[in-house]
Design a protein around this ligand. Structure first.
Ligand code: BDR
Ligand code: CA
Length: 310
């Protein structure tokens, strides 16, 4: 059984990604480590617990982590995902318990318990992972892989002209994570914008199904949907589920490049921009630059409609 840890700043699309992993029988999610990002840490934790409840499979341990980026103030996306991160549903507090151990320490302990076995999927700013890398770099190098919903390999950003949200919130954290000697896969905003667009028809299809999970997915992305309508779009990009699906079913990726990735942390005007040097003799990461959007939706819709994939 594959072993995942999911690091998440849990808002609407994080929830769908977490549900996708929790409902895939070939994967055991050992832990959810939570970080501030889309919303503050406490709300992110509550949303992670909501994801577990809605997935209705099993209960991975949930660990709270960093409540702010390494050096900067927290920049949230409440305008995109809703004040509560879940389309302003304002659900009651969950009674699922969370662990007292800090996310950073839980990551280090779990990786030592399962060396070279854990696949880490990051769906938020990299603050928890950077903290663990600073505290125990040798241990973090015993990850099997890291899949990052982060950055924008070859196109414009979604938060500034040049930066994607998860990197923009804590670029210094990504710069530390890039130093880890672990296979890294970037699934960035450019490929998501190009291939992972959920249309109004897709939403109607999910809403009219008899799956409570599909209905929840539509409801919790309502603010995201409204936000994108305001930009003139008839639907929205699903970022975190795309990265999760690439991690679970890599055959959806149709084109990837190897490169040495670096991130801008000094200049304010392009803070968080990623640079990919494809000529480098020392590539430190793989970036997905194209994927099969139809296959991606098949996997996603099967999950949300509570059908088995494969
Ligand atoms: C990323 O930013 C967040 O708003 C989403 O949850 C996703 O992780 C997309 O840029
Ligand atoms: Ca996220």
């Amino acid at each position: 059984m594959r072993k995942f840890i999911i690091d998440t700043d849990t808002a609407s699309d994080d929830v769908i990604a977490i549900i996708t992993a929790l409902r895939e029988p070939s994967i055991e999610v050992l832990a959810l480590t939570v970080v501030a990002g889309n919303v503050g840490l406490e709300q992110s934790i509550q949303n992670a617990l909501t994801a577990i409840k809605v997935a209705d499979t099993y209960q991975p341990a949930v660990y709270g982590g960093m409540s702010k980026p390494l050096f900067r103030n927290l920049f949230t996306a409440a305008d995109v995902h809703g004040e509560d991160g879940l389309g302003n549903m304002f659900l009651p507090k969950s009674n699922i318990p969370i662990e007292s151990e800090h996310a950073m320490d839980a990551l280090i302990r779990l990786i030592e318990e399962h060396p070279y076995e854990i696949e880490l999927i990051t769906l938020g700013p990299l603050t928890n992972i950077a903290m663990a890398a600073l505290k125990a770099p040798e241990t973090m190098n015993k990850l099997k892989s890291i899949t990052l919903m982060a950055g924008t390999g070859l196109g414009p950003g979604n938060t500034t002209e040049t930066a994607e949200f998860n990197v923009y919130v804590d670029a210094e954290a990504l710069s530390i994570v890039l130093g880890l000697d672990v296979p890294k896969l970037f699934v960035g905003w450019d490929v998501i914008e190009k291939r992972a667009f959920i249309t109004e028809d897709d939403l109607a299809y999910l809403e009219n199904s008899d799956s409570p999970i599909a209905k929840f997915a539509v409801r919790c992305t309502k603010s995201l949907h409204d936000f994108c309508k305001g930009l003139g779009l008839n639907g929205f990009e699903l970022a975190d589920p795309t990265a999760m699906i690439c991690a679970i079913w890599p055959e959806v990726m149709t084109n990837c490049i190897e490169a040495h990735a670096t991130v801008e942390t000094k200049k304010e005007e392009n803070y968080g921009q990623i640079f990919l040097d494809q000529e480098s003799a020392t590539p430190n990461s793989t970036t997905c630059i194209d994927l099969d959007g139809e296959l991606l939706k098949t996997y996603l819709f099967n999950t949300l409609l509570m059908k088995e994939n494969k």
